[in-house]
Design a protein around this ligand. Sequence first.
Ligand SMILES: Nc1ncnc2c1ncn2[C@@H]1O[C@H](COP(=O)(O)OP(=O)(O)OP(=O)(O)O)[C@@H](O)[C@H]1O
Length: 330
Amino acid sequence: MTEAARFRAVGKRFGAVQALRGLDLGIAAGETLALLGRNGAGKSTTIALLLGLDRPDDGEVELFGGVPEAAVRAGRVGAMLQEGQPVPRATVKELVSFVASTYPRPLPWREALELAGIGELAERRADRLSGGQAQRLRFALAVAGGPELLVLDEPTAALDVEARRAFWRSMRAYAGRGNTVLFSTHYLEEADGNADRIVVLDQGRTVADGTGEAIKRAVGATLVAFDLAGGSTRGLRGLPGVLALEVRGDRAVLRSSDSDATVLALAAAGLVRGLSVTPASLEDAFLTLTAHDSAGADARTDASAGAGTGAGTGTGATPDPAQSYEEAAR
Ligand SMILES: Nc1ncnc2c1ncn2[C@@H]1O[C@H](COP(=O)(O)OP(=O)(O)OP(=O)(O)O)[C@@H](O)[C@H]1O
C-alpha cells in the first residue's frame, strides 16, 4: 500500500498544553480520511504538522516519503485552513488562475471552478461573495494546483445544510479522481458519509480508527433501555451482551453487543417496562469515545469515562476500536 503521509509517535506541546501525544497515523494514497474530535482534540495541530507549518516536539511526520515542506514546495498539497484569508478585489477567475499558475501541474481554472460548483461566478468579484460562495472559492483555490493531497480543516463549519451537501459533493468528486483527502470535522454524519476511514482524536491521541460502522460496532451497536420504576441497577452490567450502563432519569440504558441476549435476560428478570431497543448512532459512539470527567457530557456512560482516559494511553499506538472498548468497559 502506498502511503501519502505518516505520523510516527508524534508529540506536540504548546506551553503546558500537550496538544498531541504519541500520534501514530498513516494515510494511504487515494484514501479519504476524516479526523474527528471535539474542540481542542488536536485536529488543527495534526494538520499544521502535516503541512509543515509547524514542527513536532517528538516523533516525525512524513509526507510523500519526505519532509512535509518538500511536498508542499513541489505543489503536491492543497489546503483549506480555518482562518479565512482576506480575499483581494480580483475576480474569481483571476484569483484562481493566479493561484493555479504558481503550481507545476495546475488544473485549468474553469475545471477548478466547476469542481467547486462555482462555474457561473467566474467574473464575479471575489470579495463580493456570500459566505457559502466564498467557502467554495477557497475550495477552488485549494484544488487549483491539482494537488495529490487535499487537506481541509473544518471546511463546512460556517455553511448551512444545503451548502454543506454541495461542498461534500465537490470534495468527493476530487477524491474520486484518485486523490488523497484529509479533512477535520466535528460533524459525525459528515465523517461517516464522506470518509473511507475515521480517526477519532481525543486529548491529542487516537481513541478510534476505522470505518463509521466499525467504530459503532466497537462501542456497542445497540441501546436497550427500560424504566427502572425506582428499582436498583445492581446486576445489570453483568447481563449477557451488556458493555455499559447509563442511567438517564428513571431509565436504565444498556449498551449491548447482543441485544437479543440482553432483552431475554431482562425479560427473565421482569425488567421490561417501557422497553426499547435502538441502534447506537455514530454520535453516541463519538460521545462514548471522547467523553471524560471534565466534559460533563449528557450521554456519559460507564464506558465513556474509561474510553476517554484509558484507551490508547501510554504508547499512543492506534488502538483497535474493539480493544479500546474492551478496555473502556472494564
Ligand atoms: N499556537 C498555540 N498556542 C497555544 N496552544 C495551542 C496552540 N495551538 C493549539 N493549542 C492548544 O492545543 C490543543 C489542540 O488544539 P487544536 O487546535 O489542534 O485542536 P482542534 O481539535 O483543532 O480544535 P478545534 O476543533 O477547536 O479547532 C488545544 O488545547 C489548543 O488550545
